[in-house]
Design a protein around this ligand. Structure first.
Ligand code: NAP
Length: 243
């Protein structure tokens, strides 16, 4: 029986995990919710770098790794590439296409956190949707700014920042309400792609607000890459019987 190791932590990965039978493994870093209703095995926590993952692949007799991690989880993707090459296991990947600017969008790219700080310097009420990274900079918020930070981590914030701990998908109506209440004048985002979190871009567009987009990290080549989980599942069903 060919065993699949699915590297997850995204909605796309969960779509695939829900179709995997008992002999396959769904792996999570352990930072967010762990599903308890899957037929496949669920393992939680890092492998211990490339060497640890290579050992895991050998010991667990894994025939195929499907990397469906987030496009900004570049370290896990690099480790998967290196470990698969070491052990001679095939690597497939779900690589969600990036969002592209549309007519009316005012996007500026930032390469890193200092680039983000620079790009929002002229604004007062940024909405930061970069995960937990802004939480490490709460003491550096300029007196001219009040940050709204949306991430999965509950946090009390401070006099210059409010933390909204919420998980997508987000609706247009919900985003409009957040922009109104927080009087958002600039949006900061990863270019995650997909539908779940794109409503903020539509609201920025309709209001003529700028978006600072954190550049995507470079990801390694997979042996096969898919734009979405449905295509990956189609390919998987030709390789192994899915229930
Ligand atoms: P990362 O920087 O690429 O990975 C850091 C380390 O976490 C990896 O070296 C690995 O530890 C462990 N790890 C990551 N994903 C794992 C998985 N699926 N199974 C087992 N171990 C995993 O990743 P990150 O950016 O911190 O993201 C962590 C997880 O959150 C990822 O699974 C990702 O899909 C999910 N996520 C990330 C983002 C984001 O914006 N970065 C957004 C949504 C979801 P070892 O070296 O010990 O193996």
């Amino acid at each position: 029986m060919k065993r699949v190791l699915l590297l997850g932590g995204t909605g796309d990965a969960l779509v695939v995990a829900r179709r995997l039978g008992t002999s396959h493994v769904y792996s999570l870093a352990g930072l967010a919710r762990v599903p308890t209703d899957l037929a496949c095995e669920v393992r939680v926590g890092g492998f211990g770098g490339v060497a640890g993952l290579a050992t895991y692949l050998r010991e667990e007799d894994i025939a195929l790794v499907l990397d469906a991690t987030h496009p900004y989880a570049a370290q896990m993707s690099r480790h998967a590439r290196e470990a698969c090459t070491l052990v001679g296991v095939r690597l497939w990947a779900v690589r969600r296409p990036a969002w592209q600017p549309r007519t009316g969008d005012v996007w500026r790219e930032a390469r890193d956190w200092p680039g983000v700080v620079d790009a929002i310097a002229a604004y007062e009420k940024p909405l930061l949707t970069l995960g937990r990274e802004p939480l490490a900079h709460l003491d550096e918020i300029p007196a001219s700014q009040f940050w709204t930070i949306r991430c999965l981590d509950p946090h009390e914030g401070n006099a210059r920042a409010r933390i909204v701990d919420a998980r997508g998908p987000f609706s247009i109506e919900g985003e409009r309400a957040l922009f109104d209440v927080a009087r958002i004048d600039v949006v900061v985002s990863k270019n995650s792609g997909g539908r779940a979190t794109e409503a903020k871009l539509a609201v920025a567009r309709e209001r003529g607000l700028p978006v600072v987009m954190l550049a995507r990290p470079a990801l390694p080549e997979a042996d096969r890459a898919f734009d979405d989980p449905a295509s990956a599942l189609d390919a998987l069903t030709t390789e192994l019987p899915l229930p």
